[in-house]
Write a protein that binds this ligand. Structure first.
Ligand code: NDP
Length: 313
């Protein structure tokens, strides 16, 4: 099967759906491939309280469903499926989906997002949404006056620990090395904060708790003669060991930075390939917020529309 479109959108987080709303309303009749997890990362968080327009908060899954329905209202062609191969060497661009459908697209908007890295413990899955989170800004509010741990020693971990220290009673940082990788300024902030305790040379073995997280099993100096195990009591376990942009299929087809994020080449959402645009976390190692992703999805759709006007034959 083969389809053609003026605008192919790959990915369905806030960036992808917003791009779809704008592209549809501009009569580009976009096709949007929603990927393995329609709605993206927000569908796995609980309540979202910082997306403007929802004064009482909204469940992440509901927010994404609202965005999806808004895109559908303007006849975006929403498809369940994953793009597995792209060819950006000439226009129209080619993309192939997991069911073998070949799409010829005059423009492409990549909005495949990023995935938080996890340690790979079974307990992270068991307590997902029950105390395990990879986003302090999203979920920190629920831990006011409680105890939490943040895993990682980079800038994100320090930022998250510092943010959480303003809400929680006690914050532990679980750092596997004997130093923080974060910038000196961030290190200073967390080391000077009274209610942050940094556990160096420490790794997580597991989590425990009846229904919700109630604590973590840790090990200090693992694999050395000084190795010893101990538990801490916590209500929240936050992963901050980095994000991985979902760009594997674009490697070699488009310019990526050293972390694998898509490089934006100008003041808009353009990439190294004319006519291919990127929006949301896949091109944003810094902010990684839903509202920013939605805004950049709007920009990418406007950029695609302008590109098509300029390249009309
Ligand atoms: P980083 O890669 O910088 O840090 C990841 C941290 O997680 C490291 O301490 C690393 O430990 C630890 N880690 C990784 N895997 C594991 C594991 N399996 N078990 C335990 N610990 C693990 O990621 P960040 O997300 O912190 O930052 C990404 C980039 O974004 C960086 O360049 C950072 O500077 C930047 N950034 C800048 C900010 C700012 O300027 N305000 C804010 C946030 C991020 P180890 O050191 O042992 O490898």
């Amino acid at each position: 099967m083969s389809d053609t479109t003026k605008c192919l959108i790959i990915g369905s987080g806030p960036a992808g759906y917003t791009a779809a709303i704008y592209a549809s309303r501009a009569n580009l009749a976009p096709i949007i491939y929603e990927g393995l997890q329609p709605g993206g990362q927000l569908t796995t968080t609980s309540e979202v309280e910082n997306f403007p327009g929802y004064p009482d908060g909204v469940m992440g899954a509901q927010l994404m469903d609202d965005l999806r329905r808004q895109a559908a209202r303007f006849d975006a062609d929403l498809r369940t499926g994953v793009i597995t191969m792209v060819d950006f060497s000439k226009r129209p661009f080619i993309a192939v989906s997991d069911d073998g459908t070949k799409i010829k697209a005059d423009t492409v908007i990549i909005a495949t997002g990023a995935s938080a890295r996890y340690l790979g413990l079974d307990d992270e899955r068991r307590y997902a949404g029950l105390g395990v989170s990879a986003c302090a800004t999203c979920d920190g509010f629920f831990y006011r006056g409680r105890s939490v741990a943040v895993v990682g020693g980079g800038d994100t971990a320090c930022e998250e620990a510092y943010y959480l220290s303003g809400l929680a009673k006690q914050v532990y940082m679980i750092v596997r090395k004997d130093y923080l990788r974060a910038s000196k300024a961030m290190q200073k902030r967390v080391t000077e904060k009274e209610n942050i305790t940094i556990l160096f040379n420490t790794q997580t073995r597991g989590l425990f708790g009846e229904e919700f997280v109630e604590g973590a099993h840790l090990v200090e100096y693992a694999g050395t003669p000084e190795e010893h195990e101990f538990d801490i009591k916590i209500d929240g376990f936050f992963l901050a060991i980095g994000h991985k942009p979902n760009t594997d299929i674009f490697r070699g087809h488009i310019e990526l930075d050293e972390q694998g994020y898509i490089k934006l080449t100008g003041n808009d959402q353009s990439t190294s390939v004319d006519g291919v645009f990127a929006a949301g976390d896949v091109a944003d190692p810094v902010y990684q917020q839903a509202i920013i992703a939605a805004g950049s999805g709007c920009r990418a759709a406007l950029d695609a529309e302008r590109f098509l006007m300029e390249h009309q034959s």
